[in-house]
Design a protein around this ligand. Structure first.
Ligand code: 13P
Length: 250
């Protein structure tokens, strides 16, 4: 089992180019002696600005989404080739905002996962239940389905380029974090699903991030849990003052 912590910032639809350059510069400085794996995922319009700032540092460049087609007549979409051209190394797929606000389903997400892997990108595949699903006792089942369908047709040899992010939808941007125990229970469940699909070694190696109101003051308790291997951070990723301490939790 070889799992290193992986702390990722999803900037969502925030920042102008100047603001993004300032934040990226501050993160490079603040995290240069950080011990973990790091990533920032700015909007498409900011990738060209942020790419040269993080290049050659310990911070990877990520995109927040990607078209399911390689190229063609798809107004408003951004292709894997365009992302790679900008130096993108990782793509976040199946974020709950894509699933629920933009109606992306498991089948579409699975096609995107396969396309990204085929082009050599690392994938952060997001899973997570709605509040009503949790209240109905269905959190495990929902995360299991999203994991199984998201990874359909993916070989065990590709798993090194897959990270799972468990983001309970009710905890995103609400200030309501899952308790470390509740989060760990779902992470363990998802790890079990990976074990059933790909075997114990793969289950032991896969990185499972937690996302949903991660802040400097709760990061360490979450990361202390056996099955929590990192964080996918939204709001607190928008300032170096909050993202750097999360990245250097102890
Ligand atoms: P918050 O950290 O703002 O809750 O967002 C989490 C998230 O959705 C990261 O992808």
């Amino acid at each position: 089992m070889s799992r290193n912590y992986y702390i990722a910032g999803n900037w969502k639809m925030h920042k102008t180019r100047q603001e993004a350059a300032e934040l990226a510069g501050a993160l490079v400085e603040g995290l240069k002696d950080g011990k973990h794996k790091y990533l920032v995922a700015p909007s498409f319009t900011l990738l060209e600005t942020v790419a040269p700032i993080v290049k050659g540092t310990n911070i990877r460049l990520g995109a927040q989404n990607m078209a399911v087609d390689v190229q063609g007549a798809h107004t408003g979409e951004t292709s894997v080739l365009q992302l790679k051209d900008l130096g993108v190394q990782t793509v976040i797929l199946g974020h709950s905002e894509r699933r629920h606000l933009y109606k992306e389903d498991d089948e579409l997400i699975n096609k995107k996962v396969k396309l990204a892997l085929r082009h050599g990108l690392e994938v952060i595949l997001c899973v997570g239940e709605l509040l009503e699903e949790r209240e109905a006792g269905r959190a495990e089942a929902v995360c299991e389905t999203q994991t199984v369908k998201g990874l359909e047709g993916i070989l065990v040899t590709d798993l090194a380029n897959i990270v799972i992010a468990y983001e309970p939808v009710w905890a995103i941007g609400t200030g309501k974090t899952a308790t470390p125990e509740d989060a760990d229970a779902i992470h363990a469940w998802v790890r079990g699903v990976i074990g059933r699909l790909y075997g114990a070694a793969a289950a032991g190696d896969i990185i499972i991030q937690y996302g949903g109101s991660v802040k400097p003051d709760n990061a360490a308790q979450l990361m202390a849990k056996e099955n929590i291997d990192g964080a996918l951070v939204g709001g607190a990723a928008l300032k170096a003052d909050s993202f750097v301490p999360i990245g250097k939790f102890s």
